[in-house]
Design a protein around this ligand. Sequence first.
Ligand SMILES: NC(=O)c1ccc[n+]([C@@H]2O[C@H](COP(=O)([O-])OP(=O)(O)OC[C@H]3O[C@@H](n4cnc5c(N)ncnc54)[C@H](OP(=O)(O)O)[C@@H]3O)[C@@H](O)[C@H]2O)c1
Length: 238
Amino acid sequence: MPRTVLVTGGTSGIGRAVAAAFAADRAEVFVTGRTPDTVERTARDLGVHGVVCDAADPRQAEALAARLDGLDVLVNAAGGLARPGTEAEPGLDALLAQWRENLAQNLLTAVLTTASVRDKFTAGGSVVSIGSIGAERRGGAYGAAKAALAAWNASLSAELAPQGVTCNVVAAGYVAGTNFFHGGLSAERERALVEETHVKRPGTVEDIARTVHFLASPGARHITGQTMHVNGGAFTTR
Ligand SMILES: NC(=O)c1ccc[n+]([C@@H]2O[C@H](COP(=O)([O-])OP(=O)(O)OC[C@H]3O[C@@H](n4cnc5c(N)ncnc54)[C@H](OP(=O)(O)O)[C@@H]3O)[C@@H](O)[C@H]2O)c1
């Protein structure tokens, strides 16, 4: 029986590679994004179902959940740097907007989507949410949102374990080949990000997709409530 897999933010970068990895298993894959064109193109290219859905909108998350009969794997990949320019803008209103958007994009997308589908999970299911190295150091509003994502994941794991569902975060370091930096990553900054890795290369979307795929595999059933760092050694753990 093919697995049913939902990948939010599955139309670009990491989410698209995750969707492709599960599609290669002949799973029934649903990808979401907010932009109709890229949803349609990705669905066609990968041979998956595409659903236009803003994961930070409760009504849209509910409507998406209503389309699923059951669910084996949820990958919360939707997210990114919200309003990158606003840190320089003065005033509390701009600051509030920047924090709200980062929390909505990187935390609430996962919280709302997971809540909307939690009764659909089959035993043996998995939730994998894409976190960031930014949670471990100067990450500003974005890093704070990703740190909160990991904290939320720990409690989610305890809540869903009785249903036989594992819940983990894959915290990515710098990954090339995505729209994450909105085209604004300078060559100098990219060199610095690569230099801080032990392996002296950027992550690829496949590096992250393979880790997600493993966490949703039979070999990972005793791994839950964890944050797995995939960053080439740029941040190490004990
Ligand atoms: N690239 C990196 O270096 C890096 C490092 C650490 C962590 N990450 C994390 O990896 C995840 C994937 O990012 P990426 O690097 O692959 O960037 P990306 O290429 O910009 O992909 C982001 C995807 O999320 C979708 N999306 C954004 N907000 C959404 C929302 N509210 N509802 C539904 N879909 C939404 C985007 O489509 P639409 O814009 O059309 O909605 C797109 O499909 C993010 O959570 C990001 O924070 C990335």
